[in-house]
Ligand binder design. Structure first.
Ligand code: ZN
Length: 701
């Protein structure tokens, strides 16, 4: 996925250490500490076989009402309480229980006794007392929860004005990492997977899509039915409903979007998706989910993209930046194998999803677009990793691949570049160890075959790796000095080694040469004129601008020269390029280009393009200008984003220092910021910027 979320710090909870399904009996590296779920003490007492959602969407009052049926089997004797994760925004009306196959009084019990307790600021604990006859080991029973949910962290209601077409409202959900407990009560951990079905009733003219392998629609009843026939964790259940239409773009793929976006979306993706799926299947084995559809969402979608199975959610703002669109879609396709089919059992090891998906994405782009293109994209992302490293310092615990959460910490705060890029470097290192990238591809195919539809810990991956390559096990590669697997997982700081990216030199070389020319004093205009940015790819241009940004502050003379050389030209380019130039403008307080910032912020209303610019404006001397633009544009911003920007504008002045102390957890990065859990953030929330807002990182995906 492409999301970074701000940390939330709150009350202490008891640390619970329980084995996940696949690490049962395992030791050492793979211990799970599930401090993020209320159901941690309980979920392994039950097997969740399946659940069904029966929901009615009411746009007028922004409410989802209905019921959920959980099909469970008790697998441990003596358990009298079922604990599920839920959220204060979800109001429970009643809970009852049924034991299929029994008759009479035991068939349908009276309403069960339940209690909702506070847990953390991102969820509550739903404790359901089970009647004695239900909890016989290995016998199935059904729990039905009737409930209403409104606008919790998972559910985003958009008024018509916030959609692309501006004619009809839209709602979407976003479950990663622990938001779906506000959508339906669940074991909100990636360690638990089950199949699900859903029935969704909507007003006329509304189309519903879900992350499901099958769907059907009854026009007469205005009812959509969905079935996900493969087991998925709670966070991968997703829904979107609005004025959506589709075009088929391949034998198993269609693009969904609002009518005004559809033609553009189809033209940008065309026949590429099937080609990428074919390349991925050649590398990693069959695509197991059946369909691969994509839905483009309005700019209010809080992240860049989300790998919901069978149906990638992606922000429509990315459409104008072709190379980013390509990378983001390929990344989400890669999650079909890494993250969705095989899932990290705990959020403390999110790299098992993101690091492997990033590696797989780059294998796909290497096959489809060549090594130079892939190396360029990697260089630009590793640049960002090192930028993040400089901001955080070498000893920050979030730079570990196996992060240890403190109780009460929202797991979404782990979304950072280490998860992606340090994880990628470790996977690349494993690939190097086996001496041949194709041999490593076959290992990954076997890994997927072995663990698909289950959740794993790092130990599972590494044990399987050493079994697959016995010669490596014999030569003790896991203990190689300085590159011990344990050290990769548990040491702070940069990757222990990085892959050879020299194949990208043909593309990165000119970028570095131009950067060097601008760094010389004074810059030589004739030499600079030999480089033509319009002949460069987007990734080359963003690498150039990122490196200029790293060298800021620049002298006023150099800024003037840069502006004369590039400003008008960059105006014609895509938003990913333009925001980087505008950040240079802001950080160097270059007033002549201020109107360009105004124009950009009037056009772009997504979090990925507004938050970094506002953060820069407010930590410099342009706060009044930022406030003015905010008041002019706020009506077109999602209320959550409006609140985030208000925080930046009005709460950060005393906190912003250029090189402040190191925080314990990460703030969002610019192009991949997070949804603000709006029902959790109040006036006393942590500021969005401050000592270490990662506006310097400049990455998406
Ligand atoms: Zn991802």
């Amino acid at each position: 996925m492409a999301q970074f979320q701000r940390p939330t710090l709150c009350c202490c909870r008891k640390v619970l250490t329980v084995p996940s399904k696949s690490c049962e009996g395992g030791q050492g590296l793979g211990q799970c500490r599930l401090v993020d779920i209320a159901s941690a003490s309980n979920f392994h007492c039950f097997k969740l076989r399946h659940f069904h959602l029966d929901l009615r969407l009411n746009f007028a009052v922004k409410e989802i009402t209905g019921w959920q049926v959980l099909e469970l089997v008790a697998i441990q004797p003596g358990v009298q309480t079922l604990v599920l994760d839920t959220h204060p925004s979800l109001l429970i009306q009643s809970i009852d229980c049924k034991v299929p196959g029994t008759t009479g009084a035991q068939d349908i019990s009276p309403s069960l006794v339940y209690r909702v307790d506070p847990f953390t600021d991102y969820g509550s604990s739903l404790n359901i007392s089970l009647p004695a006859y239900v909890i016989r080991p290995h016998r199935a029973f059904q729990i039905t929860v009737r409930y209403t949910t409104t606008d919790g962290p998972a559910i985003w209601w958009l008024d018509a004005e916030l959609t692309c077409g501006q004619t009809r409202p839209l709602v979407f959900t976003q479950g990663h990492s622990v938001c779906n407990r506000s959508f339906f009560p669940c074991f909100d951990t990636p360690a638990v997977k089950s199949t699900y079905t859903a029935t969704v009733r909507v007003p006329e003219g509304v189309t519903v899509l879900m992350s499901a392998s099958r769907s059907a629609y009854s026009k007469q009843d205005r009812v959509f039915q969905f079935s996900m026939e493969y087991p998925v964790p709670a966070y991968l259940v997703a829904l979107v409903a609005g004025d959506l239409q589709h075009v088929d773009i391949g034998p198993r793929s269609r693009v969904w979007a609002e009518p005004c976006v559809l033609t553009c979306a189809v033209s940008k993706l065309g026949g590429s998706v099937e080609r990428w799926l074919n390349v991925a299947e050649d590398l990693f084995g069959p695509y197991v989910w059946g369909r691969y559809d994509i839905v483009f969402l309005p700019p209010s979608f809080p992240i860049v993209a989300m790998e919901n199975p069978c149906l990638t959610f992606i922000i429509s703002s990315i459409l104008e930046s072709r190379e980013f669109l390509l990378i983001d879609v390929i990344h989400e396709i890669a999650h079909g194998w890494f993250g969705n089919a095989v899932t990290n059992a705990t959020w403390e090891e999110m790299w098992l999803s993101e690091g492997l998906a990033t590696y797989a994405q780059r294998r796909i782009t290497t096959e489809a677009y060549g090594e130079a293109f892939t190396c360029l994209e990697t260089v630009f992302r590793l640049d960002a990793l090192h930028r993040q490293m400089r901001l955080l310092g070498d000893n920050n615990p979030v730079s570990k691949l196996q992060v240890k959460f403190e109780p009460g910490i929202n797991p979404s705060s782990l979304m950072n570049l280490f998860t992606y890029e340090k994880g990628f470097c470790f996977v690349s290192y494993l690939s190097q160890l086996c001496g041949n990238v194709k041999r490593f591809d076959s290992f990954l195919r076997a890994y997927i075959e072995q663990f698909k539809f289950s959740s794993v810990v790092a130990q599972d991956l590494l044990d399987f790796f050493l079994c697959f390559f016995p010669e490596l096990k014999e030569s003790c590669v896991a203990q190689r000095e300085g590159l011990e697997f344990e050290r990769w997982l548990n040491a702070c700081g940069p990757p222990l080694c990085e892959p050879d990216l020299s194949a990208g030199g043909v593309l990165t070389g000119p970028v570095q040469s131009l950067c060097d020319l601008w760094a010389s004093e004074p810059p030589d205009p004739e030499a600079i004129a030999n480089f033509n940015l319009s002949s460069w790819s987007t990734f080359q241009t963003v690498l150039f601008l990122d490196r200029l940004l790293d060298r800021s502050p620049l002298s006023h003379e150099v800024m003037g020269q840069l502006s004369r050389c590039y400003s008008a030209q960059l105006d014609e380019m895509n938003a990913e390029v333009r925001i980087r130039w505008l950040q240079i403008v802001v950080r160097n307080s270059f007033y002549p280009d201020l109107p360009r910032i105004r124009g950009f912020l009037h056009k772009h209303t997504s979090r990925m393009y507004t938050v970094p610019l506002y953060e820069d404006l407010c930590s410099g001397v342009m706060k009044c200008f930022a406030a003015e633009v905010f008041y002019q544009t706020q009506a077109r911003l999602h209320p959550n984003l409006r609140r985030t920007l208000q925080q930046i504008l009005f709460q950060t002045s005393a906190l912003s220092t250029p090189t402040g102390s190191v925080p314990s957890l990460l703030h969002p990065t610019p192009s991949s910021p997070s949804p603000t859990p709006r029902d959790q953030l109040g006036p006393a929330d942590p500021p969005t910027t401050g000592t270490i807002a990662l506006r310097d990182v400049n990455v998406s995906a």
